[in-house]
Design a protein around this ligand. Structure first.
Ligand code: BGC
Length: 866
């Protein structure tokens, strides 16, 4: 370990201290991270020109003899002397290496039971059980070490090197080796991409909006079963970058703008995915919060903010036993994320005790010596798509042969990758890959395995429960057999050429049920609002008319006259930067509705005093142009719902489900109210600097701290009933971790947790330490589900935002009935990251908390016992 620590000390002090040069103008490598694609309508979602076996890297990498170059590293291979990184450059030298061992904490069932990923603990709203994956990792490591015992250097290198872009059946492929069938790595975070007979699940942002751990787990499990059913070994999700900027193109792929909510989303999704049998990937590590110049920007994040906000979902992923982590395209404090010793070795592997492997994002590897900084696998293998060379492959072999990279490190890389495969028991009875991600018409490799089962039910439930009711006046909703009604807006119907009209969903002219980019899957079918509501109209005898032209405002208004209800459907889309839609280069250009939506709403509301707006949006919109219009009686924030979108919307409109979704981000009155904005500009030839100067104050934390009134705050959502909170109690839970009693005592006395392997995921820090109980009464006339939220409020000298989410639950209550609810808190939940001590510390002073129905609607107030 000495060598690692010394290395960290010499090279990484600036990063540890959160220092960075704000004027860095490092030259950038030529890779763009872009994938061949287009935003034009096409019937096939993939380029059809390249055959699966045409990649030169594929043939090189999969042949253990030809891959080896005995010559020293040259050319496009990493040239550490000309550093692509800013502050941290790894000098060409030899690096002795000791792997971080599997942490060996004694198990404490029932709090800390030894857990196999195929058999995770039951979902609990009140998490008392912390799965201990260490024994399962240790067993997987033993098997992996045995398997590679007679591997040559080239064999081991091949395990670490993808076969090259389009060099195999999946979006990423590791070649077979002795006793190892190779790996298929495939997107996406919402279902199996690039195939058929799959389910198109709601996006993660929708799962987060449910605030329902059981549903989030169920979604993960169903997706895991589909990945396994298709023969995918490594699913490229979940994605957990934070919704730091409202316009962030990929925000919908993640779990919103709060680290605790995102952490719980990641945790449950991973437990579910891996229970289904597939290895999950926590991505993108770390700081990839915008798409503009994602490969040419440095996200500069101070150490405390890094730990408390951006790394937190990854910490929870490690606690869920995640098998893989994907490092991101961007630089982090002036060093490429996939070349960053501080984040990969020090935070992820040492501090979090991560036992799996780190893979690069596609073309995000920048150097062979990234292996020393903690990178275990390069994807898709070639330096740039189809370049025919690799930073790993023959170059890694040379670096090992020449002593720049130790054999121990190479062993560790191969061991970690193969251990992930054993960890999920993929060595026995795992299905073969049965699709060709690059050619849906390849009848040899596409076996068209139907993996959908009845997962449409989960899709509909997540779609429904993630829908947030923002406004409801004059009893507008739920609908009661309206005499006549009109649906207005193209978002109410299907796209003109079906749900898979645009390659990778890079466009939309119908209901928006997915953003665009690699985070997509093909729709098997898509239920439009028109279809679902038509069905209800038939049952109710309602007259249903419609107008899907977004631009003929006069016509829309005229047709709305005399209708008992006018439903206007609007949307807003975004995605990954390799596709530009209507001038939106991944990130959204603005926070206004697409397709003339705001004008359409106003045109209809001008003619109809029962106008209901339904919004399918990837993230916040500015609703000010019309939100206070008294003719707009209800607003339904439907989100990004997947293939059952129309049914989920109808479930809410007709009251089949009483809305319980809550906003996973703040909807501001003005774009400038948000604490951080999209950074545009940059020349492309130098690194764009993105300073995360708002620190801990992202999203609602900033609105609270700066006293800005949002339109709808984080955690907000209405119901068709009302709830009353009472009888708050809090008690202390005795530590069950006797072996760590000294640490518990030291923490109670205000000392930071020690620096050690796995120190941030230790049982004593995460076991339940406080139990909060209270009553929730349904004071209305219909059954409903409430989402009580717990916010910690530190004293001012702790340097925290006014209120920070640290607990939530969901409780269904019948009218007039009362339910007792509990939420537990761990020591970690009430700690702050102490930068100087590099540990988690209980801040001095009183620690208060509030229980409420949103981040601003507090109903009960208490104090954590000292
Ligand atoms: C994306 C990743 C994705 C990968 C493979 C990259 O462009 O950033 O999220 O998993 O492509 O498709």
């Amino acid at each position: 370990m000495v060598s690692n620590k010394l290395f960290a000390l010499l090279c990484l002090l600036p990063a540890v201290l959160g220092a960075h040069s704000s004027s860095a103008t490092t030259s950038v490598p030529t890779t763009s991270g872009a994938k061949p694609s287009s935003a034009v309508p096409t019937t096939s979602s993939v380029p059809s020109t390249t055959s699966a076996s045409s990649s030169s890297v594929s043939s090189v990498s999969s042949s253990s003899t030809s891959v080896v170059s005995s010559a020293p590293p040259t050319s496009a291979s990493s040239s550490p002397a000309t550093s692509e990184t800013g502050v941290i450059s790894i000098p060409l030298s030899s690096y002795p290496f000791t792997p971080y061992p599997t942490p060996t904490l004694p198990a404490y069932p029932p709090v800390f039971p030894a857990t196999d990923p195929l058999n995770p603990p039951e979902v609990s709203n009140d998490p008392q059980v912390i799965p201990d994956f260490a024994p399962a990792w240790a067993a997987a490591y033993d098997k992996a070490k045995k398997l590679i015992a007679d591997y040559t250097i080239e064999d081991k290198v091949n395990i670490t090197t993808g076969v090259g872009w389009m060099g195999g059946l999946c979006v990423g492929n590791i070649p077979a080796n002795k006793g190892f069938p190779g790996l298929c790595l495939e997107d996406s975070p919402l279902g199996v991409r690039d195939t058929d007979y799959n389910t198109a699940f709601p996006a993660a942002i929708q799962a987060a909006s449910t605030w329902n751990r059981a549903l989030i787990r169920a979604r993960g499990l169903a997706m895991g079963q589909e990945f396994k059913g298709k023969g995918v070994h490594v699913a490229l999700g979940p994605m957990m970058n934070m919704g730091r900027i409202a316009q962030g193109g990929r925000n919908w792929e993640g779990f919103g703008a709060d680290p605790f909510l995102a952490g719980e989303g990641a945790y449950e999704t991973i437990l579910g995915l891996q229970q289904g049998g597939v290895q999950a990937t926590a991505k993108h590590f770390i700081g990839n919060e915008q798409e503009h110049f994602r490969t040419q920007e440095s996200s500069n994040i101070d150490d405390r903010t890094m730990h408390e906000i951006y790394a937190h979902p990854f910490l929870r992923s490690v606690m869920a036993g995640v098998a893989s982590v994907m490092c991101s395209y961007n630089l982090l404090n002036d060093t490429y994320a996939c070349n960053n010793d501080k984040t990969m070795n020090d935070i992820l592997k040492r501090e979090f005790g991560f036992q799996g492997f780190i893979q690069s994002d596609w073309q995000a590897t920048m150097a062979t010596l990234s292996a020393v900084a903690g990178l275990d696998m390069t994807m898709p293998g070639d330096v740039t798509f189809n370049s025919g060379d690799s930073y790993f492959g023959g170059n890694l072999t040379s670096y090992v042969n020449n002593g720049y990279i130790s054999m121990e490190r190479l062993d560790d890389m191969a061991t970690r990758i193969i251990a992930g495969w054993y960890f999920l028991h993929q060595d026995s009875g795992y299905p073969e890959v049965s699709f060709n991600a690059f050619n849906l018409n390849d009848e040899v490799n596409n076996k068209h395995v139907n993996v959908q089962a009845d997962h449409y039910k989960i899709v509909r439930e997540v779609g429904t429960q993630g829908t947030v009711l923002l406004k409801n006046q004059n009893g507008a909703l739920p609908l009661h057999k309206p005499r006549n009604m009109i649906l207005v807006g193209s978002d109410a119907r299907l796209g003109m050429s079906g749900p898979n009209e645009f390659s990778d969903q890079g466009g939309s002219d119908g209901i928006l049920a997915m953003g665009w980019g690699s985070g997509t899957a093909n729709f098997p079918y898509l239920v439009s609002p028109m279809e679902a509501i038509n069905e209800r109209a038939r049952q109710d005898g309602s007259s249903l008319s419609y107008n899907f032209d977004d631009w003929n405002l006069e016509q829309a208004g005229n047709l709305a006259v005399g209708q008992a209800v006018a439903l206007v459907f609007i949307n807003s889309d975004s995605g990954e930067d390799y596709i530009t839609v209507d001038g939106n280069e991944g990130d959204r250009k603005n926070l206004t509705a697409w397709h003339n939506g705001d004008n359409l709403v106003q045109a209809v509301a001008a003619q109809n005093n029962n106008t209901i707006v339904v919004v399918n949006s990837v993230g916040p919109l500015i609703l000010e142009p019309w939100i206070e219009n008294p003719n707009i009686t209800a607003v339904v924030w439907a989100g990004i719902q997947g293939q059952e979108a129309g049914n989920s919307i109808a479930d809410i409109l007709y009251g089949d489900y009483n809305p319980s979704g809550r906003l996973p981000y703040t909807i501001a009155k003005n774009p400038a109210d948000y604490p951080a904005q999209l950074v545009t500009g940059g020349s492309g030839s130098e690194i764009l600097i993105i300073d995360y100067t708002e620190g801990l104050n992202i999203d609602y934390r900033h609105f609270d701290a700066a006293g800005i009134e949002p339109r709808f705050e984080f955690g907000f959502g209405l119901s068709y009933t009302t709830f009353k909170y009472s009888n708050l109690e809090i008690s202390t839970i005795k530590s069950q971790d006797n072996a760590q009693k000294d640490l518990v005592d030291a923490w109670s006395n205000g000392q930071a947790s020690p620096i050690a392997e796995g120190s941030s995921t230790a049982l004593w820090l995460h076991e339940p330490a406080f139990k909060v109980t209270f009553n929730v009464k349904n004071t209305g006339s219909v059954s409903g589900t409430e989402i009580p939220q717990l916010y910690i409020q530190h004293s001012a000298d702790a340097g925290e935002p006014p209120s920070i989410l640290k607990g939530f639950t969901n409780v269904s209550v019948d009218p007039g009935k009362t339910q007792k609810v509990s939420i537990t808190l761990s020591r970690h939940d009430v700690s702050i990251w102490d930068v100087a001590a590099q540990g988690w510390r209980k801040p001095s002073g009183k620690i208060s908390f509030a229980i409420g129905a949103s981040s601003r609607d507090f109903r009960l107030q208490g104090v954590i016992p000292a």
